[in-house]
Ligand binder design. Sequence first.
Ligand code: HPA
Ligand code: ZN
Length: 347
Amino acid sequence: MTDLAAALIDTLPKAELHLHIEGTLEPEMMLALAARNGVELPYATVEEVRAAYEFDCLQDFLDVYYQGMSVLLTERDFHDLTWAYIERVQADGLSHTEMFFDPQAHTDRGVAFETVLGGIVSALEAAHREFGITSRLIMCFLRHLSEEQAFEALDCACRHKDHIHAVGLDSSEQGHPPAKFARVFEAARREGFRAVAHAGEEGPASNVRDSLDILGVARVDHGNRALDDPALTRRLADEGTPLTMCPISNWRLKGIPTLADSPVGAALDAGLLVTVNSDDPSYFGGYLNDNYRAVHEHLGVDAAGIVRLAKNSFAASFLPDREKQARLDAIDGQVESVRHRHASQGD
Ligand code: HPA
Ligand code: ZN
């Protein structure tokens, strides 16, 4: 007898809302691009690369992540990177992705903003043509850099509003609170960008509250620590503010001791609009469906919970309302068909 929740995880349409495209760089591609571009890496083999993926905290990971992306130099590199992610997750039932990119990590190395954007966009256009996968791009400001540097990135984004939908905030949360970027976010929102921010990953619940009140975010990336604050949790539930959680990432960065400690369970219990995502799947060893399987197997999220998470992924997206409804209807159709197959197997 097969597991209904597992069958739903394998086949339901889903959106991914928390995914750093640079975090999908697999060791094989890292080494291939290093050879193609003549970039020196401290690793000679896939095994040596993977051996570096042991992290005690966010900063440990970020150091390896920024080093890994040094192999990305040309538009073709960014296209190949993005296309590899699309090919990998279309098999997982992904039908929409809202993808972060970190342009400052590339422009700082002398790679032009347009080189980065052009490669990502051409792959996303091919994803739509070939698989019907839709997407939105979210440009993140690196919070360890200055406000002035964030304004430079925003200037670049303003030249490409046709391809960039929202701004986000990522990198080292400790020591770089939301208020540091109040003016940049205000300017970005005035320019018509939607806003999101990483908050409450390693920082306190107040970073989640300040992201809402100071940065004006439409949803919070991670948001784990919000659950420490009952008043804030009630506010997130009342206002229907989405949280984009990443269980395997939290576990691999030692934010939680085991997957059974993922805050996804408490967020579901509190009635939050929580979604499940992969963050940096190559570095953390799990793509979108692996994260769904993690909450099913370690938190006991059942078939109804899996359907709720898949529906939340579209409800929390930046798709227009009519399109959201079409995706929710597609989930209902797929649930019917999976249940029917199960019933006929005597399940
Ligand atoms: N947190 C903060 N910054 C990041 C992450 C993350 O998980 N991944 C890539 N940049
Ligand atoms: Zn992230």
